[in-house]
Design a protein around this ligand. Sequence first.
Ligand code: BTN
Length: 261
Amino acid sequence: MQKSSFDRERILAETFVGSIHFLPEMRSTNDEALELVRAKSIKTPCLVLTERQTAGRGRGTNRWWSAEGALTFSLVMEADEQKLPAPRWPQISLYAGLAICEALQQIAPGLPVGLKWPNDVFIIDKKVCGVLVEVPSSKAGHVVVGIGLNVNNSFESAPADVRGIATSLLDEKQHRFSMSDVLVCLLQAFQQQWLRWEQNGEHLSQQWPKHCLLSGRHVCLETAGRSIEGRCLGINADGALRIDTGEAIECHVVGHVKSFD
Ligand code: BTN
């Protein structure tokens, strides 16, 4: 690993990561991870890590703005497709969200963290973390889980369009955090959640309500070219968002919550 603020030996010793691919700068850790999966045989779980991401991607056509001090990485994971059929794969981003909430409670106790289905982590009404899960077409059984967490990047000097809607640990707690501590804690929490995902227990529907930001609120979901409005009833056992439209209770596995109040 090139010189960095991350402690390679510690990450390998204290987490489930089997290999690390680090570059000081990358366009997008997800792009780099997808390329690694395509071009090489890698030891998984593989951590793809950078200190500066210059063209981070979000869901759909979204960009992910991250200044220096943000934690941006992707994990290349392998899963047994026989045991874990395709309909369960969208749940990965929900389990990643749970891992981030749990890690944040350890790193910065008392922060009011919440999950905006399917994969955003908020502190009150501002986004602190995003997750982008992608399944490479080049290698079966592999999945790339990209995580962007705002750690030591203050939004005080961020572009106006993101300043009001995003926050960082530094902005919330008024002190800087050790990037290695945050990363190790996140990876440990992610490993626990990954095991739970593989076990297919009741975990998701039991844990999600503790953190759900949308339950009981009026939401507008965009899915498959439709807009659905109604009161959010949380998620079902499969991780689908439940919405009471007044006429029916609809469950949706994919979609984007455009607004909530
Ligand atoms: C979203 O908010 O829609 C998801 C944002 C995900 C951003 C992370 S940063 C690390 C990884 N690499 C990317 O290009 N995107 C994800």
